[in-house]
Design a protein around this ligand. Structure first.
Ligand code: GLU
Length: 366
């Protein structure tokens, strides 16, 4: 028998094996697995500055990745269709941005549980009456419009001509219309008389037979003038109402409406028979709205709200509430084993307040 018994030899073998494999075991624990994630820029869900991605979805995925101890590399797609194609062909392990969970997509992909609720909304140009009602401003706008000034001019002429006529005829009458006999201030009496006559309020009766004829004629002129003015005013107001006429999805038929290519909004707009303009980046839709090449933008409400409260402030406003509710989810290729792990972490993040913190960071009212 040697110095070492069988037991000892076995023990040292185990120890050697342990030492030999230790680094490998440690390495397996520390080196994170790499995960490829597809995304697409849609502020504030995903924003891009240079090569740096940020935004709610990116922060959320980074928090998930951290918990799962995986390292993420991102791949940016130009539109949602391209993004989903990356996921379907397994070029990436997951897709996250503002991907709506739909029945058609559910048939092709695995979705995480909803990571945020959203929905479609309409955005149009202008400040928006609800946010900032200003009836005085509206009235001022009407009074100082070009059309209104023309009417004032006509009214002035319709007052000054008979005023002079009547002043001339009445100036000699001691008990006539004019309280004062000279041109000034007599003409002011005549102007007052002519104004009330034009507004068909019929004031004092003149003495001279000719000025009585003028009075009657001018009263009828006044009736026609007021009728024409009323007609013009109501026509202007009606046109204004018709032009600002997008108040809900039903008003979108035959209107030019911008949205992103391959989006759920594009499908809905086709069903509504709108004239759809599909763009790749959402800011192209915003630009089209501002330079009046489209009448409205229909898209996901969190994204439109963010724009309307930041860059688009005072230039655009949202109409009505969301008219189609949708939920955002993280998309995985069919048969992916990632989904269950991600769902568990997603719930943890909601329960420990991390989710809320990220939500407030990107969506807190400005
Ligand atoms: N929620 C939209 C969709 O899933 C986003 C579209 C887009 O990324 O442009 O269709």
């Amino acid at each position: 028998m040697g110095k070492f018994g069988m037991k000892d030899r076995l023990r040292s073998l185990v120890a050697m094996l342990f030492i030999a494999f230790l680094p490998a075991t440690l390495a397996a624990q520390t080196a994170p697995t790499e995960i490829k994630v597809g995304t697409r820029v849609l502020p504030p869900m995903v924003t891009q500055q240079g090569d740096t991605l940020s935004g709610f979805s990116i922060d959320l995925w980074n928090a998930i990745g951290e918990r799962m101890k995986v390292k993420t590399t991102y791949q940016v797609a130009p539109d949602v269709r391209a993004l989903l194609e990356l996921v379907r062909t397994q070029s990436v392990d997951a897709g996250i941005s503002a991907i709506s969970i739909t029945a058609a997509r559910e048939a092709v992909f695995e979705f995480s549980q909803p990571m945020m609720s959203a929905g479609l909304q309409i955005m149009v140009r202008g400040k928006g009456k609800d946010s900032d009602p200003n009836p005085l401003g509206d009235l001022a706008g009407l009074i100082f419009s070009k059309g209104f000034l023309v009417w004032i001019g006509i009214a002035a002429l319709l007052v000054l001509v008979p005023a002079h006529l009547v002043w001339f005829l009445e100036r000699r009458h001691p008990s006539g219309l004019l309280a004062h006999k000279g041109y000034i201030p007599g003409i002011f009496d005549a102007i007052y008389w002519a104004s009330t006559t034009l507004a068909t309020q019929g004031g004092d009766m003149p003495r001279h037979w000719l000025s009585r004829i003028v009075t009657v004629l001018w009263m009828f002129t006044g009736i026609v003038f007021v009728a024409l003015y009323t007609a013009q005013l109501s026509a202007t107001l009606t046109v204004q109402q018709i032009q600002g006429g997008i108040n809900g999805p039903d008003d979108l038929q035959n209107k030019k409406v911008a949205t992103t290519r391959g989006s759920t909004a594009a499908n809905v707009l086709r069903d509504l028979r709108a004239d759809v303009v599909e763009v790749s980046r959402i800011d192209e839709a915003y630009t089209a709205l501002l330079d009046k090449s489209v009448d409205a933008v229909v898209f996901d409400s969190p994204i439109l709200l963010y724009y309307a409260a930041s860059e688009g402030k005072g230039k655009v406003h949202l109409v009505g509430s969301t008219f189609r509710k949708e939920d955002y989810g993280i998309a995985f290729p069919a048969g992916s084993d990632l989904r269950k792990r991600v769902n568990a972490v997603l719930l943890q993040l909601r329960e420990d307040g991390t989710y809320q913190k990220l939500y407030d960071k990107w969506f807190a009212a400005k």
